[in-house]
Design a protein around this ligand. Structure first.
Ligand SMILES: Cc1ncc(C[n+]2csc(CCOP(=O)(O)OP(=O)(O)O)c2C)c(N)n1
Ligand SMILES: [Mg+2]
Length: 276
């Protein structure tokens, strides 16, 4: 897909995230808005998927480990045709398939349930290893957060993926420098995540995670690596596109008020005019 079409799609997804969270009265805008460009490129340009056949045997797998940013996943899946866009406003409502954290069996297109942080990379490693054993070509893309790199289980999976040379695994890290109640480097410093993965034997790439061309190039590079797993450390602005949410950890997990939502939607609509 062309750059302009992808840019407009990401903007649409951001607008829907604001509407969903406002209607729900709760949820996680920071990470969701920040990752909209990456989700757009993945689902509209990279992943081999077929919405009418979400379980197709040759599909690529996407594992969202930091499940709290699922509004961006739901909005992307809906616009990609997995379910009707009008369902998005049922986010977090009783009985809705769009729960506050992803429930795999409730919604077509979800490959894993998540919410408890730090376990998605292990799950993705298991999928990738199984596919290699079966001699299959499917790729596994695992999205993780910087906060999850303060948890031991993540690093066990990093060891595992290197040992088994999981070349069909691409991890993308939401390096947005925030977590639930502060900045990562103040709560528990992570330093250079890229250097750490390099030391563990992975192919490493570092990008601006809000630059669509950078994202496309990084995915192509990672896809071409044939003998080891790849990680893309994506520097992302949390709250991207809404001025008063950008880089503020306080927007990790609260919904905008009606007035704040109106302001956010105005800003996003203005940005859209600039792209059109
Ligand atoms: C195992 C576990 N511990 C704690 C939480 C509560 N929690 C939810 S989000 C979050 C912050 C994690 O940081 P990050 O994923 O980087 O957040 P973001 O960038 O989206 O603000 C925490 C501690 C959780 N979901 N799972
Ligand atoms: Mg974070």
């Amino acid at each position: 897909m062309e750059l302009k079409a992808l840019t407009l799609q990401a903007n649409t997804i951001r607008q829907d995230i604001i509407r969903m969270l406002t209607e729900a009265g709760s949820g996680h805008p920071g990470g969701s808005l920040g990752m909209a460009d990456i989700f757009t490129v993945l689902y509209f340009d990279f992943l081999s998927i077929n919405p009418p056949k979400p379980d197709a045997i040759d599909r690529d797998y996407l594992v969202l480990s930091n499940g709290h940013i699922c509004p961006v996943l739901y909005a992307t899946l809906a616009h990609r045709g997995f379910f009707p866009v009008k369902k998005l406003v049922t986010l977090r409502k009783l009985g809705s398939p769009l729960q506050g954290h992803p429930h795999r069996e409730a919604l077509p297109g979800l490959e894993s349930s998540s919410g408890p942080l730090g376990s998605g990379l292990s799950q993705a490693c298991g999928m990738a290893k199984g596919l290699l054993i079966d001699g299959r070509k499917n790729r596994v893309v695992c999205l993780t957060s910087d906060g999850e790199h303060q948890e031991g289980n993540t690093w066990e999976a990093v060891l595992f993926a290197a040992k088994y040379r999981l070349s069909n695994l691409i991890e993308i890290i939401d390096r947005n420098n925030i977590q639930i109640d502060g900045r990562t480097e103040e709560v528990m410093p992570l330093g250079s995540i890229r250097d750490k993965y390099h030391a563990f034997g992975w192919h490493t790439i570092e990008i601006d995670g809000n630059d669509i061309n950078d994202i496309k190039k990084a995915l192509a590079e990672a896809d071409a690596v044939a003998d080891k797993p790849s990680v893309i450390v994506a520097h992302v602005v949390p709250g991207k596109g809404v001025s008063f949410m950008e880089n503020q950890y306080q927007w990790h997990g609260k919904a905008p008020s009606k007035e704040e939502a109106a302001q956010a939607l105005l800003e996003l609509a203005k940005a859209r005019e600039g792209f059109s």
